[in-house]
Structures are given as C-alpha cells and as structure tokens.
Write a protein that binds this ligand. Structure first.
Ligand SMILES: [Zn+2]
Length: 140
C-alpha cells in the first residue's frame, strides 16, 4: 500500500488495490513452504477456477486462499480495521469482499474441492498453521 499516493480518493484506491492481485506475498510464501514440508504438491493461480485460488491441487481437489486480513476483513482480527474517512464506503466494500469470498468457497465446494482459507495473521504461527493444513489436506 505504501506505493500508492495518499492523494487518491478512497474509491480510486480501492480500484487500484482490486486490480493489483498480489501473488507471492510473504504470507503466501509461508503457506507454500509449509505445503512443501508436508510433501503436498500444488500449482499456483488457477485462473479457470472460481476465485482463481492462490494454491491448488486439482488431482486431489483442494484449493488454498491466502487472504489479507485487511482486504478480506478477517472477523475479530485487529488487522481488519475500517478507515474513518469514507467509513460507509469502506464498510460496504469490505462486506462485498466477504460476500464474494463466501460465494467462491461455495462454488468450489460444489465442484468437490476442499477449500482452505488461510488468514495472513495465521502465518505468524506457522506450526499451528502447519497442523491445520495437514489435518485438512494430507488425507484422502
Ligand atoms: Zn487476521
């Protein structure tokens, strides 16, 4: 976010941030490292699947999204703040993001995918996260 001049209005900033779909972010690299350590193979950025999952294994039918706590508005997370300026705009924007995320998970599950949402803040405790990923993905 630091590269974006603060003079742009919030809706403009929102549009910019929506367009910049980051890949290879620090949290995503943590998740990829964990998956490798669990010997779980994966591919990146499946654009033809709902929501373009960040990390996917089609044969085993699972998908992992690594969500930023701010943009995806992680419930009860201290990183999920709402700007005071244009508060209503941002509240609506974050609600729309969450609705879209929920729809994507539903669509993938209908296709038989196991879907894991990893929150950015979870990558601060990689051991706990590794246990969760192993529990969900390493079997079947
Ligand atoms: Zn969080």
């Amino acid at each position: 976010m630091s590269g974006i001049p603060s003079v742009v209005t919030d809706p403009e900033r929102s549009r910019l941030m929506t367009r910049v779909r980051q890949k290879g972010t620090a949290p995503e690299l943590v998740v990829r490292g964990i998956l490798r350590s669990l010997h779980l193979g994966y591919r990146l950025q499946a654009r033809d699947l709902p929501g373009s999952p960040d990390i996917v294994n089609r044969r085993r039918r699972w998908a992992v999204f690594v969500h930023g706590c701010y943009w995806h508005h992680h419930t009860s997370c201290r990183r999920a703040t709402v700007p005071k300026r244009n508060h209503e705009f941002w509240t609506a924007k974050f609600a729309a993001n969450r609705r879209r995320d929920a729809r994507v998970v539903r669509d993938l599950r209908r296709r038989g995918y196991r879907v894991v949402i990893v929150w950015e803040c979870e990558t601060a405790a990689p051991d706990v996260l590794a246990a969760r990923l192993e529990r969900i993905l390493a079997h079947r």
